[in-house]
Structure formats: structure tokens, C-alpha cells
Design a protein around this ligand. Structure first.
Ligand SMILES: Nc1ncnc2c1ncn2[C@@H]1O[C@H](COP(=O)(O)OP(=O)(O)O)[C@@H](O)[C@H]1O
Ligand code: SF4
Ligand SMILES: [Mg+2]
Length: 368
């Protein structure tokens, strides 16, 4: 896929409340500090901190159940009933914290300053409203266009997301569109008001491969044309390697590693990231420095992600980690630079590149 964007400002990333580089708001679109999510007494996301620069594309990866969606929903102020957020979420163009802001205030900011594309567009689209009206509505709600103007702009947006016959599509209902078309309608809605921050939560997981590549291209271009910061959530490392300049790795509600995509994928420091890289097909892209010849079957990370509340104390990964010892019974400190390092007491050496299938722990068998 072509890459129409060049990096501008690198995101600084920290974990566990460590100081972040630079003053908040200088050239950052989004600054998240010590963001935690709880269900009553149960912690689900723990002290997550990261920054997204103007026009920057950052991936958030991890197995299912790692806390990626809850992090995104907490940033958007969209947590489901029963869950609460603490910490800080600041957007450069807004002069107050989003955590603790009223529902009315958050509703005003959503779709205008921050917008999100979800994995399953049918749950986010109104089934009984024509799609053109849904795209127009998001502009009308925020007073950015109205009446005929909003409808004309909606058709333009549908054309921008490469809908053939955008006029005809605008008159259709969501169930009359394919999955890929519905995702593009969601993207048109998300981009309608020129947001500062675009969050995409597994937007291509349900799409077939050709449609997926087209959607990724539209997301990247849509964000770039608006200079929006992009937070791209996926469990597919190949997608991150294609789309993102930087990556955050999440496990057990913690960011366990962060850094430039190439560094994280070629020389992962955290054993969890190493497992993810080994279990991915990045070798086929040459991203991990191999010649592209894959061993089959692909290794997977031993064990499964525990349910919330059942992670071990200390390092959350220690019941699955090939390097675990007594030192891992306390929560590991961040090792490395704020935006480039890992939360591990025995990280792999930066010089130690990841070769797929390079330890006994990665051998298939005894694996879930
Ligand atoms: N509404 C909820 N109430 C309680 N636990 C939840 C709720 N939503 C998600 N969880 C739990 O929080 C953890 C993280 O979930 P999620 O953010 O959806 O993970 P991911 O997006 O990485 O797959 C999971 O263990 C999940 O079961
Ligand atoms: S802190 Fe220990 S258990 Fe956790 S990832 Fe590092 S080596 Fe493994
Ligand atoms: Mg999710």
C-alpha cells in the first residue's frame, strides 16, 4: 500500500505515571495520562499514558481481552454502564480534561474533536435511516453544516471514501450495503467534522483482504488530509506494520511495551511482544529482518489471556512468560526511554533481534 504521509511529531509514551517528555498541548493532539478503567473494585485498565502527535499514526496491539477497546472507549468517554475511568485525557483544542466532563460536553466533543470507527458498523449505524442522512446528521448536530449543504457535503464525503455512485449510496439504508461499504460510511461519518483525533477499533477485522487494504488506505489518507492523530487498534501486526509509525503493546490492561514500529517488531524487548511477533506472519513482509521464509505451523504464545481479575500479581504476564522468576512477583518498572521501552525486569537485549520460533517456548504444542 502506498504511504501518503510522512511522520511529523513522534508520540511520547510512558507507563505507570512516569514523566512524559515535552509540555502537554505543544504539538500533541491527544495526551493520555494514568488512564485507568474499573468495574467497581476490579481494575481493567491500569495507568495507561501515551501521546499522539499531529498527523501521527500509532497502533495499539495485544491479544483479545488485553484492554484495547476499553482504553479507546475511555478516551472517547463511551465506557459502558458500570465502568468508570480515572486519570487524564486531554485534546489540544479543548481546554479541560475529558475524564470527569459531563455527558453533554462529551457528546458535543465526540464526532467533532474526537471520532471513532468501530469494528462492527451495524451496531453504530441507525438501521432505519438513509446513510446520506446519517452522514449529514453528524454535521448538523455540531452546527457545521445544515439542510441541503449538509446533504451535499455528505455525498462528497461518500465519494471521498471511494463509494461508487455516492448519490445512490446516500439514499440507501445500511442493510442494503456490503460490510466494506458500511465501514466506509462509518469512516465518512468519523471524518465529516475534521476531527483532531481518529480512533479506529479493529475497523478491518471483519472485512476480506482486498477490501481491508482499501479501507486501510482510506483511513490513512483521511487522517493525513486532516492532520488528525490516528490511534489504530488491531490484533494484526501486519496491519500495524503497514499503517503505524509507532506502536503500543497492551496486555492485562497495561502498556507493556512502546516504541517505533520497526524497533518493536524487529527487536522486541518484552517477552509478550516477542511472543506476538513470533506468532504473527510478519516474516512474510520482511519486517522482522528474516528473508521471508516462514516456518509452519506458526508458533503461538503459550497459555491464554486470563479473564479480568485473574491476572497474576506483580508482572501480569508472569504465568505465561519464559523468563519469569521471583523478581517478577512485583510490578516491573519501565525499562528504557519514556516513549521507547518495556515494562519488564528481564527484557531482551535491544541488539537481540526476534527470529521466529527461536526458543523452546515458541514451539507448537502445549499451546492453546
Ligand atoms: N463492561 C464490562 N464489564 C466488565 N468487564 C469488562 C467489560 N468490558 C470488557 N471487560 C473486560 O475487560 C477486559 C478488556 O476488554 P477489552 O478492552 O474489550 O479487550 P480487547 O479490546 O483488548 O479485546 C476483558 O477481560 C473484558 O472481559
Ligand atoms: S517482568 Fe518477568 S514475567 Fe514479566 S515479562 Fe518480564 S521477565 Fe516475564
Ligand atoms: Mg476490542
Amino acid at each position: 500500500m502506498s504511504d501518503p504521509v510522512t511522520a511529523r511529531t513522534p508520540a511520547d509514551v510512558t507507563v505507570g505515571g512516569a514523566a512524559v517528555d515535552g509540555a502537554p498541548g505543544d504539538d500533541h493532539r491527544l495526551v493520555v495520562e494514568d488512564l485507568s478503567v474499573r468495574a467497581g473494585r476490579l481494575g481493567l485498565v491500569h495507568d495507561v499514558s501515551f501521546r499522539l502527535g499531529r498527523g501521527e499514526r500509532v497502533g495499539l496491539i495485544g491479544e483479545s481481552g488485553s484492554g484495547k477497546s476499553l482504553t479507546a472507549l475511555a478516551v472517547m468517554g463511551l465506557l459502558p454502564e458500570g465502568l468508570s475511568a480515572s486519570g487524564s485525557v486531554r485534546v489540544s483544542s479543548v481546554d479541560h480534561d475529558l475524564v470527569g466532563a459531563s455527558d453533554a460536553r462529551l457528546a458535543d466533543l465526540r464526532g467533532r474533536v474526537l471520532s471513532m470507527v468501530f469494528q462492527e458498523p451495524m451496531t453504530a449505524l441507525n438501521p432505519v435511516m438513509r446513510v446520506g442522512d446519517q452522514v449529514a446528521e453528524v454535521m448538523e448536530v455540531h452546527d457545521l453544516a445544515s439542510g441541503r449543504d449538509a446533504r451535499r457535503r455528505a455525498v462528497e464525503l461518500l465519494a471521498q471514501v471511494r463509494m461508487r455512485d455516492p448519490d445512490g449510496v446516500a439514499r440507501r439504508y445500511p442493510h442494503q450495503l456490503s460490510g466494506g461499504q458500511r465501514q466506509r460510511v462509518m469512516l465518512a461519518i468519523a471524518l465529516a467534522n475534521e476531527p483532531d483525533v481518529l480512533v479506529c477499533d479493529e475497523p478491518t477485522t471483519a472485512l476480506d483482504v482486498t477490501v481491508q487494504a482499501q479501507m486501510l488506505d482510506l483511513v490513512v489518507r483521511g487522517a493525513a488530509e486532516r492532520d488528525a492523530a490516528l490511534l489504530f487498534i488491531t490484533h494484526d501486526l501486519a496491519v500495524v506494520a503497514t499503517v503505524c509509525e509507532r506502536v503500543l503493546v497492551m496486555y492485562g490492561g497495561h502498556i507493556v511495551e512502546a516504541g517505533p514500529t520497526r524497533r518493536v517488531f524487529t527487536a522486541p524487548r518484552h517477552p509478550y511482544t516477542r511472543g506476538l511477533v513470533r506468532a504473527s506472519d510478519l516474516g512474510a513482509l520482511g519486517v522482522d529482518g528474516t528473508d521471508g521464509s516462514l516456518r509452519r505451523p506458526l508458533p503461538t504464545i503459550p497459555g491464554t489471556v486470563p479473564p479480568a481479575g485473574a491476572f497474576p500479581s506483580g508482572c501480569v504476564f508472569r504465568n505465561r512468560c519464559e523468563r519469569a522468576d521471583e523478581a517478577c512477583e512485583v510490578e516491573p518498572p519501565w525499562d528504557g526511554l519514556p516513549g521507547d521501552g518495556a515494562a519488564c525486569v528481564h527484557p531482551y537485549d535491544p541488539e537481540d533481534t526476534a527470529a521466529p520460533g527461536d526458543t523452546a517456548a515458541s514451539e507448537p504444542g502445549g499451546v492453546t
